[in-house]
Design a protein around this ligand. Structure first.
Ligand code: GLU
Length: 549
């Protein structure tokens, strides 16, 4: 039961694609608003668009929310979160409820059947366009035809939609963020509330569910602001309460453009153009999809294709969805903190806070109207600070869980001790959880797969007297003689040699080793690197470089 004065918010995503940061921010605000006021936060999946919705997308949304730490009091069940008295929480499972409410509107004369075919509607639209006016459905004839004749046509097998008989008069929307706006008479036509496939439209389902789920506050994206007028008219016709509305500003790129998955395509189109690619790199985007994408700028690649192509072209795609940020190694607490600042601020100089603080401080009065600019550099700086501030133990645990989902090859190849050593060595230089994997692939490659960067070869191995190669040759014998392959023993052996042969300059010896082991000039501290790689790999890689001379 929901107590009469309890605040109830809901996040109601349409499950297509992936949870966008804008959606996550809406969920976060709904969650914080309710939780900070002893209220309830409901999650409802708006899957009435059969063509666009998928179960996989729904599950993805639930997992992303859970990863962010946004848990719901009522909603679909995932790992013990969810359930509740107002279900089902998937709209596709609530059709009988909508049919009941639709019938009430038909009976009271607030709705009617309309039999226009899609082709007829298209023709009406085209006619409106030709005469330079916005299309508004003219319901005069269908309204007049009446329910009885409609029933006969339906019995005859004709397809029908149900339209709302929009009452005359202006509608004034009251919004806690945007203020008031009046939609003049005539702007809202007799809109469809049940489609020909028997499913309700968004407008109808949202109104019914917000009522039956006892929602008191609707916080949602600004794109729905004008829809509110339709929702209010439906609420009146159905005899429902009116929730309080607050529409949240869009999240945009710094240049003001909408932050959308098109941004990924933009990066890929540029990379393809720069490389003057005609055909898709093998194993990336199949024909004819490639041809369509290349010729039509409005076509977007599926996420998987985009990721494969980005991998082949060695470009990184901008993160747009929650899952992109997770895969890039951002901490969920940082994402929540940063998203909260997109469109809201706690006031004062406070910028860094956790969700406990957000729950206590979040208010609608400080939500802004104008688009919030998503500053990636700032997010990265937040993440870097948060990583630096983590207790060593917590960083290793976070790195382990990131490795398990994103880089299983590291988890297979490294022992627990090796992994922990790599993580501890990497924490001070990591901006994201992914850095220690992306920057250290050499640790999990086969010994014969290490390619030496030609610049590093020239600078570190081949120059100087004695040259790096000379040092490597000497080190090969010394390392072969190290019995206990542990950092302390390795350090003693290498340092003793550096004292002897390089006037104590450890770098002169460490750097050629680093190049031989990793192929480049950057790696974790050399004694950690030696320890993690193990004796056999170290000797194999050093031997290989020497043999190639
Ligand atoms: N399903 C709608 C969307 O994803 C929800 C709008 C609303 O919150 O009313 O945009």
């Amino acid at each position: 039961m929901t107590p009469a004065n309890q605040i109830v918010t809901r996040f109601a995503p349409s499950p297509s694609g992936h949870l966008h940061v804008g959606g996550a921010r809406t969920a976060l605000f709904c969650w914080a608003f309710a939780r900070g006021r002893g209220g309830k936060f409901i999650l409802r999946i708006e899957d009435t668009d059969q063509k666009r919705s998928s179960d996989a997308a729904s599950v993805g949304f639930l997992k992303d929310l859970k990863w962010l730490g946004i848990d719901w009091d009522e909603g679909p069940v995932l790992d013990g979160i969810g359930g509740g008295d107002h279900g089902p929480y998937f709209q596709s499972e609530r059709l009988d409820i909508y049919h009941r409410e639709l019938q009430r509107l038909l009976d009271s004369g607030h709705a009617y059947y309309a039999f226009d075919t899609p082709a007829e509607i298209d023709a009406q639209r085209a006619a409106a366009r030709a005469s330079g006016v916005a299309f508004r459905y003219d319901g005069t004839a269908a309204r007049a035809a009446g329910n009885a004749s409609a029933q006969a046509r339906i019995a005859n097998g004709e397809a029908a939609v149900i339209r709302f008989a929009t009452p005359p008069g202006p509608v004034t929307i009251v919004d806690l963020v945007l203020g008031e706006a009046t939609i003049p008479h005539g702007e809202i036509d007799d809109f469809v509330i049940r489609k020909a496939d028997g499913f309700p439209t968004y407008h109808f389902a949202v109104v019914v569910d917000d009522e039956l789920m006892r929602v008191t506050h609707v916080l949602r994206a600004q794109e729905h602001f004008t829809n509110t007028a339709k929702h209010m008219l439906l609420q009146d016709a159905l005899g429902f309460r009116r929730p309080i509305y607050a529409h949240l500003p869009v999240i945009s790129n710094p240049d003001g453009s909408k932050m959308s998955k098109r941004d990924k395509d933009k990066v890929l189109r540029k990379a393809v153009a720069d490389r003057k690619l005609e055909a898709p790199p093998p194993g990336t985007v199949a024909e004819p999809r490639w041809a369509k994408w290349r010729t039509d700028k409005n076509v977007q690649l599926e996420l998987e294709d985009a990721q494969r192509l980005a991998g082949a072209l060695a470009v990184s795609l901008p993160e747009i969805n929650v899952d992109d940020f997770r895969r890039s190694g951002y901490l969920p607490a940082v994402i929540c903190n940063f998203l909260a600042l997109n469109g809201w601020s706690p006031g004062g100089d406070v910028e860094k806070f956790d969700t406990e603080f957000l729950k206590k401080s979040f208010d609608l009065a400080r939500v802004v109207k104008t688009p919030a600019k998503f500053d990636r550099a700032k997010l990265l700086a937040f993440n870097c600070d948060a990583i630096t501030g983590l207790a060593a133990r917590d960083f290793v645990a976070a790195a382990r869980s990131h490795g398990q989902s994103e880089h299983p090859e590291f988890m297979r190849k490294l022992t627990r001790a090796q992994f922990d050593l790599l993580a501890s060595a990497s924490q001070p230089r990591s901006k994201t959880l992914d850095d220690m994997f992306a920057g250290n692939r050499f640790l999990v490659l086969g010994d014969d797969a290490i390619a030496i960067d030609p610049k590093a070869r020239a600078k570190v191995l081949e120059s100087g007297t004695p040259s790096g190669l000379d040092h490597l040759r000497a080190m090969q014998a010394i390392l072969a003689g190290v019995e206990q392959w542990e950092a302390a023993h390795l350090e003693a052996a290498v340092k003793a040699y550096a004292d002897r042969a390089a006037a104590g300059e450890l770098g002169k010896v460490a750097q050629p080793l680093r190049v031989a082991l990793s192929g480049g000039t950057v790696s974790p501290p050399i004694f950690d690197t030696l320890t993690i790689l193990g004796k056999a790999s170290v000797l194999a890689r050093v031997g290989q470089v020497l043999a190639a001379q």
